[in-house]
Design a protein around this ligand. Structure first.
Ligand code: G4P
Length: 196
């Protein structure tokens, strides 16, 4: 998606270890116009799958998920929680994921009442790196006896393994920007290049 790639080049910055900082439009301050455009792009790709629910992980996936849900006719969004609270239902699906970026394990939880058996679920998230978050969400969909109908990602880091792994399984994946290389401020998208 050209608009996203342009903003990555103009407002993103490259940190050590292949990390891209996108706080000014995606991870801290939100560019609402761009986020709604991304939601429309995901909706256009996955409309034919007729998803019933969008599933994401807190925090940065929520805005994108909501924009997509709106573009799909205001279907519900469910987000996996990363913290455990005493008022949480006991009927929670849990998955442990390992964050390469944060170098720690994290348990994500979803109340199974919010993913009815047999429902068609679209996963939306901001980043795809090693695919741990998506793997965890897929585990939750399985526990709910629901059906995964697609995966929409804003920024895929093509130099990590997540995208490869999901495509090898034949899963319907749409990444709006795929970064194949990020080195010394030079960014190579799967089809264009730029300096950040
Ligand atoms: P994975 O799920 O694909 O395996 O990725 P990883 O564990 O490495 O990602 C952990 C967190 O770091 C996720 O956010 C993910 O969105 C984010 N992330 C991964 N690579 C980058 C990057 O290059 N730049 C930025 N800005 N974020 C990255 P999170 O911990 O769930 O945080 P948040 O959703 O609360 O923002």
């Amino acid at each position: 998606m050209d608009a996203l790639k342009k903003v990555i080049v103009s407002k993103g910055s490259s940190l050590n270890g292949g990390i891209i900082k996108v706080d000014s439009f995606l991870n801290h301050r939100l560019d609402s116009g761009l986020i709604f455009q991304m939601g429309e792009a995901f909706a256009a790709r996955f409309l034919q799958e007729q998803p019933d629910i969008i599933l994401t992980v807190e925090a940065s996936g929520i805005a994108l998920a909501l924009a997509t849900a709106h573009a799909l006719g205001d279907i519900p969004v469910v987000y996996a929680k990363k913290s455990h609270a005493s008022n949480q239902n006991s009927d929670m699906a849990k998955e442990t994921i390992y964050s390469f970026t944060h170098q720690q394990e994290c348990v994500i939880r979803v109340d199974l009442h919010y993913i009815p058996k047999g429902s068609k679920v679209l996963i939306i998230d901001d980043f795809l790196a090693n695919g741990e978050a998506v793997r965890g969400l897929m585990g939750i969909i399985k526990q709910a006896n629901a059906k995964l109908v697609g995966i929409g990602i804003a920024i895929e880091k093509g130099f990590q393994q997540g995208g490869k792994m999901l495509r090898a399984q034949g899963l319907p994946l749409l990444s709006l920007a795929v970064i194949d290389e990020l080195k010394d401020g030079h960014i190579r998208f799967r089809d264009t290049e730029g300096e950040i």
